[in-house]
Write a protein that binds this ligand. Structure first.
Ligand SMILES: Cc1cc2nc3c(=O)[nH]c(=O)nc-3n(C[C@H](O)[C@H](O)[C@H](O)COP(=O)(O)OP(=O)(O)OC[C@H]3O[C@@H](n4cnc5c(N)ncnc54)[C@H](O)[C@@H]3O)c2cc1C
Length: 551
């Protein structure tokens, strides 16, 4: 038997589901195959980043995220301590997710929704459209690529039956051990083992009654050897995830090690039920290529990073959104020959950037292993309280880099992309905090509240948007006509709002379907056709270089 799909997605983790939803939302038929039945044995991610939330806003699924069963009022404090019944060294307080305000630079905020709550939301999103077909218990076995398409062999994991699926494009969102990446012979570069870590999900009904540290999201345990353990509140109720952080030396924590770690964390024996154990290696790796002409990799298949910072899935969903509009463009016929190649040019540098930042966060947490706490930190007495405060204040300051990272989540830019028309302005710093919005080409188009209560971000998503800003807006007609001639979807919007003009800094700004700025200027382009060709991947950088900062 043989089926056909314009896009075949391999892997139904959060990134594959987000891509299926994104493509379905764009009206692009796709089939997703997932080798398991979709059950999540051990939720990994739980931080839905602020940019991912902006995508959820675009997709119209904010309510589903809000209504996820993670309690809105469960405090999100980060607590640094010697033990649950030991000393508290410091704390970064955060309110429950229902009470955290949106920062000025976004209409959204991050959310705490673990994978076993978020994957079902993404699945529902994908299944909401008639365009996405999700096939569980269906495993990719192999595939071959020709200039005209891809042929994949898949196997039903319940009965072993095989079939082939023909597709125009294939995207491997099949995780760290990606079959798709392996079949493409794409290597990964970086550090294969940062730590050997063991995660344990355990249930304890009266956890907070067993100690005096109160409710919190993450407890970071510091012993004489520095940080050795973390415990996070997985569902804001009675499920927790303990991580024995480990070291770069290979170790297989035994069941006895796990029980000893729980006892040491609590300071005594207590009742709990272990639900699952995952022994894993924390890696810092990025694929050397993100695909070929017709086969791409995204998410953990393309980059593996330390969870410190919560960037992994969020980076993968960024991949899916970058790929989504480009696949739509080529499937619908208005995308140029270079468009899909720009996926690697735009997203690989972001993979490298985020993987490096995640490792820096790990090093920050583990800097306690270099600046070891002295014995006074663990000894009673008021004089030692002073030492504890000093150590805790130092560690809290170090860790703030990780907790306040809107610059990482929102500030990624496609500088140097072949389909972005650079305007010659100097690149602003790329900092995790503070995050300063910029409308420089390649950047995420800034959020500004409009007079009617919408965000500028609400204008973007479906096609290109030409913003005509200021009192006497330029007509932008040549750009509209050039887009129309090439079948490129483009909406022209005049906005007379000083705040928007101040944020975007130019009278004409062209925003891509993914919400990144493609071009901006204070006058109409001399050749709008060249501009539209470059941003739809039909032109090339040579054209840009010849024509300078204004086409
Ligand atoms: C402890 C921990 C905490 C984390 N916390 C966060 C966080 O807070 N925020 C964040 O953004 N990230 C976090 N991450 C990272 C995040 O979990 C991953 O980046 C994310 O799960 C990657 O999603 P994915 O869809 O690319 O891959 P995966 O989640 O690995 O999904 C891949 C899917 O492909 C399927 N598959 C594999 N091979 C085949 C095949 N041949 N055929 C069909 N299907 C196949 C698999 O069954 C699987 O379902 C964390 C990671 C860990 C370990």
């Amino acid at each position: 038997m043989s089926a056909r799909a314009p896009v075949l997605i391999v892997g139904g983790g959060p990134v594959g589901l987000a891509l299926a939803g994104e493509l379905g939302w764009r009206g692009v038929p796709c089939t997703l195959v997932e080798k398991t039945d979709g059950t999540i044995e051990q939720p990994k991610m739980d931080l839905v980043g602020i940019r991912t939330m902006e995508f959820c806003r675009r997709w119209g699924i904010l309510d589903w995220v809000r209504d996820a069963p993670y309690p809105l009022d469960y405090p999100q404090d980060y607590i640094y301590l010697t033990g649950l019944n030991g000393y508290e060294l410091g704390r970064e307080p955060f309110p429950g997710r229902g009470f955290e305000p949106c920062p000025p630079e976004s209409p959204q905020k991050r959310e705490r929704v673990p994978q076993d709550m978020f994957d079902p939301i993404l699945r529902r999103f994908a299944e909401r459209t008639p365009h996405a077909t999700l096939r569980y218990n269906c495993e990719l076995v192999t595939f071959s690529e020709t200039p005209d398409g891809v042929r994949a062999e898949v196997r039903d994991t319940t009965n072993g039956k095989t079939e082939s699926i023909a597709a125009d494009y294939l995207v491997g969102t099949d995780g760290g051990a990606s079959t798709v990446r392996e079949k493409l012979c794409i290597g990964m570069s970086g550090t294969p083992a940062l730590t050997y870590t063991t995660n344990v999900i355990f249930r304890c009904k009266n956890f907070s009654a067993l100690h005096d540290k109160g409710l919190g999201y993450r407890f970071i345990f510091i012993g004489p050897e520095g940080v050795w353990l973390t415990i996070v509140a997985v569902d804001g109720a009675d499920r927790f995830r303990m991580s024995i952080v480990g070291t770069p030396q290979k170790i297989n924590h035994s069941d006895d090690d796990i029980r000893a770690a729980l006892k040491r964390a609590m300071g005594r024996d207590f009742d709990y039920e272990i639900q699952s154990v995952m022994r894993w290696v924390r890696r810092e790796l990025v694929a050397d290529r993100y695909g070929t002409d017709r086969v791409f990799i995204a998410g953990d298949a393309a980059h593996l990073m330390s969870p410190t910072g919560g960037f992994g899935m969020n980076t993968g969903i960024g991949d899916a959104v970058d790929l989504g509009w480009k696949l739509e463009a080529v499937v619908k016929g208005w995308g140029g020959a270079e468009l899909l190649r720009s996926y690697d040019a735009e997203r690989r540098p972001i993979g490298l950037r985020n993987v490096a930042e995640a490792s820096r966060n790990l090093r920050r947490m583990l800097s306690t292993r270099e600046r070891l706490p002295g014995p006074e930190i663990f000894a009673p007495g008021a004089a030692n309280d002073v030492a504890r405060k000093e150590y805790g204040d130092w560690f809290a300051a170090v860790m703030r880099h990780e907790w306040f990272a809107n610059g990482v989540m929102l500030g990624y830019r496609y500088d140097g992309s072949p389909i972005v028309w650079a305007d010659g302005t100097p690149a602003p710093p790329d900092e995790s905090h503070p995050y300063v919005q910029t409308a420089r080409p390649g950047a995420r188009a800034p959020h500004v509240w409009l007079g009617d209560g919408r965000s500028t971000l609400d204008l973007y998503g479906r096609g290109f948007v030409l913003l005509r800003l200021g009192h006497n807006p330029l007509s932008g007609t040549s750009i509209e006509q050039a887009a129309q001639q090439r079948g490129v979807p483009l909406t022209s919007i005049a906005i007379d709002d000083a705040k928007v003009l101040a944020a975007y800094e130019r009278k004409l700004v062209l925003v891509r379907p993914d919400g990144h700025v493609a071009w901006r200027a204070d006058q109409e382009p001399a050749d709008a056709g060249v501009l539209i060709d470059v941003i739809r991947g039909q032109g090339n950088q040579m054209k840009q270089q010849k024509l300078g900062s204004n086409p």
